[in-house]
Design a protein around this ligand. Structure first.
Ligand SMILES: Nc1nc2c(ncn2[C@@H]2O[C@H](COP(=O)(O)OP(=O)(O)OP(=O)(O)O)[C@@H](O)[C@H]2O)c(=O)[nH]1
Ligand SMILES: [Mg+2]
Length: 318
């Protein structure tokens, strides 16, 4: 099984073997350390006893463990179905990790090939949007892209300041707006400024909102519409940031944001806490949405490409 996806791979670039090895080393153990609750739930279950496929209760215990780990009812049913189809299961943990990896693997790339690409970042309050933008801007800068970040979160004055600080750390340009102003206008201005400067990527930060707040979701639809009208093919990426510690609610967030603004990928943050990463399986399987990035902390280099094989191993085998 492959180990870890690298940034170069995600961005469709050639990578040096040394760079790849450097990125891989240490990542897996860190991810394992991060997947707190889910890991214990699944591993505890699997380690409890040798798995006997003829034992009805063993299957029930496995189902319960998967659901407790936020894998979701439908994805759990599908996993169990796939495992039941296997002729024999010598190592349940290994079999489960393989099936999870297959189930959540999606072709993942960041399409930033346009002359100017726009990444729209959306999500519920406090999930880590602004932090993720800072980290992502930094990675893109390191990979030779000139980045401009746009503070289309006009609700809080502090939001703009926060993004501006991240922009400085990431060597990105910054465009803000007036407090209480129209977020779509900020996105518009940012694309105009980026075009004038010859930037490669615009990343648009938006205010946090609940997926159930209809007016605020409408506002987001407008931001997206204005971006699309201003620049053909944009936004190339619409990333939904989900806090992994929210568990199953993440699935509902993903469903409603995807319906409203056409999410192209999920960023699963806070996997360094006692996060329940199993929701990634539910999102990928039920909504056919790729998880593209994971957040493993609050620092600038704590963002990583999501790798299904690694993730499944860490989730199941601990
Ligand atoms: N441990 C940990 N903390 C994170 C991670 N990502 C973000 N945070 C923290 O989560 C908190 C909220 O992050 P923000 O980036 O401000 O979240 P936001 O989605 O922009 O919030 P709003 O704009 O208010 O909706 C901050 O304290 C971040 O440092 C992560 O991967 N791990
Ligand atoms: Mg924010």
């Amino acid at each position: 099984m492959r180990v870890s996806r690298t940034w170069s791979e995600l961005l469709g670039e050639a990578e040096s073997p040394a760079e790849a090895e450097e990125e891989r080393r240490g990542f897996f153990s860190r991810l394992r350390d991060s997947l707190g609750k889910s890991r214990k739930a699944l591993v505890g279950q699997i380690a409890a006893a040798a798995f006997d496929p003829g034992d009805e209760q063993a299957w029930e215990r496995l189902e319960e463990a998967l659901i407790a780990g936020d894998v979701g009812v439908r994805a759990t049913a599908e996993l169990v179905r796939r495992l039941e189809e296997r002729v024999e299961i010598i190592d349940l943990g290994q079999a489960l990790a393989e099936e999870i990896a297959l189930m959540i693997d999606r072709p993942v790339s960041f399409d930033l090939s346009a002359q100017l690409s726009v990444i729209l970042v959306v999500g519920v309050n406090g999930t880590g949007k602004t932090t993720t933008i800072g980290k992502l801007a930094r990675v893109l800068h390191q990979h030779g892209r000139s980045v401009l970040v746009a503070a289309a979160d006009t609700y809080r004055a502090a939001a703009e300041e926060q993004l501006q600080i991240w922009a400085e750390r990431a060597s990105a340009d910054f465009v803000g707006g007036e407090k209480g102003g129209d977020p779509a206008a900020v996105a518009f201005d940012a694309i105009e400024a980026a075009t004038a400067r010859g930037s490669d990527v615009v990343i648009v930060d938006t205010a946090g909102r609940l997926h159930t707040q209809i007016n605020l979701m409408e506002e987001l639809v407008k931001v997206r519409r204005v971006i699309a009208a201003k620049l053909e093919g944009a936004p190339q990426e619409t990333l939904l940031v989900i806090d992994a510690t929210t568990g199953q609610n993440g699935l509902q967030q993903a469903r409603l944001f995807a319906e409203a603004v056409g999410v192209t990928g999920v960023v699963l943050t806070k996997l360094d806490g006692s996060a329940k990463g199993g929701v990634a399986v539910a999102i990928a399987y039920e909504l056919d949405l790729p998880v593209k990035l994971i957040g493993l902390g609050e620092q600038l280099d704590d963002l990583r490409p999501f790798d299904p094989g690694d993730f499944a191993q860490a989730l199941v085998r601990g």
